[in-house]
Design a protein around this ligand. Structure first.
Ligand code: RIB
Ligand code: CA
Length: 318
């Protein structure tokens, strides 16, 4: 069993990542930390609790994290007027209100204490702005030596989504991302939009998920159909009536590494540029001086990704 901690801003695609991590036989979701991102952090916490309740995994602890970016007083502005985030996630997920409750311990303290105490390797999977991770590193720099692999959903080389040059998770807290990428983790796997936009989930896939007759199949179909509706309107994908499910692809990689194809490159974070703030600068031509390499995913296998969700979510009887 591979142990992991998910750091989320649930969020429709975060919800699928939580279900995949909580239900796959080869994974042990040790805990979930929440952070300000797709919505204010208290919505992200409630949504995460709702997801775990729906799939009957309320014993997995949820720890609420930071409500504001690491260095900036609020999100970088301006956000696009047809900003995807509000439309594609909203505030509350379309799931019953949570009956379980978050833990008293805060997310940053949980991360530090868990890694300080663990004797087993625990993969850390942030699929949200990197605020909690940067805060934990600042309070406890030794954390960088205790995380065997960081699997980050974020960034883009040929793609931006919240601006022409930046992806939301990095853009929403670029100083935090800069701290994380410079910290010196042993192994970082970055799953950017270049990969997640190749692992598109279609309406037919949603029908197959719903036909499973399980809570996870139903919930996934519901949130992905919502994502497809928004993408068709304001960010059409290469395949009509489809949507990326960014965060879940990071979890799929943990059990099926070949679901993504990576290349090793230096990655730096732009924190200043008026047009480029939040950009992941991926040095594919080695024009810079940074020698630390990140495994960056540039391709993904959509069929394998969807089949993994069908197989995992089909096992749980409603
Ligand atoms: O750009 C996609 C990322 O931003 C995903 O993690 C999504 O949940 C949002 O946080
Ligand atoms: Ca997310």
């Amino acid at each position: 069993m591979k142990k992991l901690i998910l750091d989320v801003d649930t969020g429709t695609d975060d919800a699928v990542a939580v279900m995949l991590a909580a239900l796959h036989d080869d994974l042990e979701l040790v805990g979930v930390t929440t952070v300000n991102g797709n919505a204010e952090v208290h919505y992200c916490t409630e949504n995460t609790l709702r997801v775990l309740d729906v799939i009957g995994r309320s014993e997995i602890p949820v720890f609420e994290g930071l409500a504001k970016p690491f260095a900036r007083p609020d999100f970088p502005t301006p956000r696009r007027k047809d900003d995807l985030t509000d439309k594609i996630h909203g505030k509350y997920l379309d799931l019953p209100p949570a009956t379980s409750r978050k833990q008293e311990t805060g997310a940053v303290e949980y991360l530090i204490e868990t890694y300080r105490a663990t004797t087993d390797p625990i993969t850390l999977v942030p699929v949200a702005p990197l605020t909690n991770i940067a805060a934990a590193l600042t309070l406890y720099p030794k954390l960088v030596d205790l995380v065997p692999e960081l699997v980050i959903m974020g960034g883009g080389h040929l793609h931006g989504n919240v601006t022409p040059s930046a992806e939301f998770n990095i853009w929403a807290d670029p100083e935090a991302a800069d701290v994380v990428f410079k910290a010196g983790f042993e192994k970082i796997t970055l799953v950017p939009l270049d990969a997640t936009h190749k692992a598109l989930v279609t309406r037919d896939d949603c029908a197959a998920l719903r036909a499973l007759g399980t809570p996870a199949g139903d919930a996934t179909a519901t949130v992905v159909e919502h994502r497809i509706g928004v993408h068709d309107k304001i960010q059409r994908m290469e395949i009509a009536h489809s949507a990326p499910v960014h965060d879940a692809l990071c979890v799929a990689y943990l059990v099926e590494p070949n679901v993504i194809t990576t290349q090793a490159h230096p990655v730096a974070i732009e924190t200043q540029g008026a047009l480029t703030v939040g950009r992941t600068v991926i040095d594919v031509r080695r024009r810079g001086t940074d020698t630390r390499l990140v495994d960056v995913a540039f391709d993904a296998d959509a069929r394998a990704f969807v089949d993994l969700m069908l197989n995992t979510f089909g096992k749980q009887r409603g």
